[in-house]
Ligand binder design. Structure first.
Ligand code: FEO
Ligand code: CA
Ligand code: CA
Length: 672
């Protein structure tokens, strides 16, 4: 999901976020000037960049971390770089094919009629591929030729989905949103579980598979960990606090070695509704009273991004004050057991979880990294209490129920401390409003504030390398960081282009209290000095990128990055979002290379490779939304309006659709 500038024309949630006045973590956490001054000199940071030639001055070594001890030179990326640009279709590097495998509305079960966007119902949508596909993970059934793909459906763009609603509904008080539209939206969220197979050289959905399943914002699930059955999780419909309905805003996620899927509930606060609005017409998150007021304000609940609360009491905070505490968690789904109930794991804390990427530590404990994607929020790490037992799924599937959640503080000396979020320790006591570990997990942002964690520039994907002890953090952007708020790990004020931080676990121990950290790249155009970008000196005009969002490692342990610039591409980079190889070791460290680019208005988010490295599944999300207002043939408030001015092959009966693209090498072989 993108978070645009105030005038950005893009997804509902994004613009609503822009109008938000959610109190973020308190600036007092930073030791601002003190943090700035050391390690890289302040002067070096403020002089900015750099031109491609001038980058040599910084890339001599000081600005880039040395490879981890013992790291081998990685296999070089071997493809001809794609040209950057913007147009209405997708492009992949020469020598590769990029085919749409499935799109919003396509059937997931046999015998269904072709999708008709003018005849949508909730009942129908729950049997079709959902909207705005994001993170994906592949679970092999027959190696790299047949498997189960899990795909998140993060949010919806009603102005693209529904005819005749006159543009974005949040801008006209949802006047044209009917109860049936709401049911379609609820059914278009969540996760698709879908068997896919490579047949005659093409990947296809297997519609008669017993694994196919839709999980939506109304699917019954359960909950475990410290907050399960806690009073703050109890509602009128669920007095035990154990039977939860649905998952929301599923952004990125993770995959466990025991064959389950993790999905992060990101901007859940936007789904909660109040009839109370202030004089300026905006929703109020103040004045609800009670113990939850501080929590509501810190999390931005309610936010009225969608109007579900008009039709479902549980989404209306005046009618059900605890439902919002049942979202913002990491959810585990067993894709190979269609009867299983998803589980919300409260031991991993409640926030705007981007993802939940896992690694098995040397001592057998599992470690999950997760970013809280909002401006000035934090990076978290969960370490399980128990240890992984290969082949014992019944045991392993309980590993995320108990453990230690910590939050990161990035110090100016290049170390990062993991601060445990444990009730009764330090300031996490009743005097500060915490009465149990459940309170700490439900209000983990408030707890992390008290521990003085480092306020980051929107932490998105946090990805551990599968074997070498490094961890990469995508900090996508934060244009609200003021000059006096910069620190070593967030070194640019008004950070429009984002950066990537590399952490290194000492001796590969992901459970250690202290890591080392350094900057891998600061993003943006290296030819504009004021941007302050830092790339490898060999970076091309096509290769540099902005706003890293998701990342993945391929079978060779090489890093790939997806970008999400929101609408700012049209004001800043004039490049469509894309998928980039990025060197992390040796001579190519910090060297990006463009491999795929999305259609205008879309972001690239979830990506995953099959184990043989020959197939890449890639999510293209929200085409025709971000920054398309000035796109001559595609800039209307609703894609159903004025089709005559669309691009020539635009079909008014079939609006542009979020899709999964399959990338393969022509003639076969490993990608890149
Ligand atoms: Fe849903 Fe943080 O992107
Ligand atoms: Ca994302
Ligand atoms: Ca990832």
């Amino acid at each position: 999901m993108t978070h645009a500038d105030d005038d950005g024309f893009s997804c509902t949630a994004e613009a609503a976020e822009a109008f938000d006045d959610i109190p973020r973590s308190a600036p007092a956490n930073d030791t601002i000037g003190a943090v700035i001054a050391r390690r890289f000199s302040r002067r070096e940071m403020l002089k900015g960049s750099l031109g491609v030639t001038a980058t040599t001055l910084l890339f001599g070594g000081a600005a880039l971390t040395a490879p981890p001890a013992g790291a081998a030179e990685m296999r070089p990326f071997d493809f001809a770089e794609l040209k950057a640009g913007v147009d209405e279709t997708h492009h992949v590097a020469e020598g590769y094919t990029a085919d749409v495998m499935i799109r919003w509305g396509d059937p997931l079960f046999p015998g269904m009629a072709p999708f008709d966007p003018n005849r949508q119902t909730g009942e129908e949508q729950v049997r079709r591929f959902g909207y705005n596909n994001d993170y994906m993970a592949y679970f092999p059934l027959e190696g790299s030729a047949r498997g189960v793909l899990c795909i998140n459906h993060e949010y919806v763009n009603p102005e693209v989905m529904f005819a005749g609603i006159g543009g974005r509904p949040d801008r006209n008080h949802f006047v044209k949103i009917t109860p049936e539209h709401v049911e379609v939206q609820i059914a278009a969220h969540g996760v698709s579980v879908l068997e896919v197979a490579l047949r005659e050289g093409k990947w296809q959905p297997v519609l008669d598979s017993r694994f196919n399943r839709r999980i939506t914002a109304a699917t019954e699930m359960t909950v475990d960990g410290p907050a399960a059955a806690h009073a703050r999780l109890k509602t009128a419909a669920d007095p035990a606090g154990l039977k939860l309905l649905g998952t929301l805003n599923n952004c990125a996620g993770g995959q466990t070695p025991w064959g389950t899927y993790l999905t992060g509930e990101e901007n859940f606060h936007g789904y909660f509704w109040t009839d109370k609005v202030g004089e300026n017409g905006r929703r109020l998150n103040r004045g609800f009273g009670g113990a939850q007021q501080k929590s509501y304000e810190r999390y931005g609940v309610p936010s009225n991004w969608v109007s579900w609360g008009r039709h479902h009491d549980r989404f209306n905070v005046e009618k059900e004050e605890n439902e919002c505490n049942r979202f913002g968690w990491i959810v585990e789904i067993d894709p190979l057991d269609p009867q299983s109930r998803p589980v919300k794991h409260t031991a991993l804390g409640r926030c705007s979880h981007e993802g939940a990427e896992m690694v098995v530590n040397g001592d057998g404990r599992v470690v999950v990294y997760t970013g809280d994607d909002s401006r000035f929020e934090y990076v978290y790490r969960f370490v399980s209490a128990g240890t992984y037992r290969p082949g014992d799924k019944a045991h392993n599937i309980r590993l995320l129920s108990e453990g230690t959640l910590s939050v990161a503080r990035f110090d100016e000396d290049g170390t990062a401390a993991w601060l445990p979020l444990a009730f009764g320790t330090g300031p996490l006591t009743p005097e500060n409003g915490f009465h149990s570990q459940a309170d700490v997990m439900i209000d983990v942002r408030l707890a992390a504030d008290l521990l003085k964690a480092t306020r980051m520039d929107r932490p998105e994907d946090v990805q551990p390398h599968p074997s070498n002890g490094t961890v990469y953090i995508m900090l996508t952007n934060n244009e609200r960081r003021k000059p006096e708020e910069v620190d070593k790990a967030n070194p640019r004020a008004q950070n429009a282009f984002g950066h990537i931080v590399e952490m290194t676990a000492p001796g590969g121990d992901h459970a250690a209290d202290k890591f080392k950290w350094d900057m891998l790249v600061t993003c943006g155009d290296p030819t504009i000095a004021s941007v302050g970008a830092r790339w490898n000196t060999a970076t091309s005009a096509d290769g540099w990128f902005a706003c890293p969002d998701n990342c993945t490692f391929d079978a060779d342990g090489r890093l790939w990055i997806s970008t999400d610039q929101g609408s700012s591409w049209s004001k800043g980079t004039n490049k469509a979002d894309g998928f980039y190889a990025l060197g992390t070791e040796g001579a190519t460290r910090g060297l990006p290379k463009l491999f795929f680019r999305a259609p205008v208005g879309a972001e690239v988010c979830g990506t995953c490779f099959t184990p043989d490295g020959e197939t890449l599944f890639l999510a293209v999300q929200h085409p025709a939304t971000d920054g398309v207002r000035d796109w001559k043939q595609f800039g209307k408030d609703s894609t159903f309006e004025d089709p005559a001015t669309r691009w020539p092959d635009f079909n008014p009966a079939m609006p542009p659709r979020p899709s999964v693209v399959v990338i393969r090498k022509k003639g076969g072989g490993r990608i890149a």
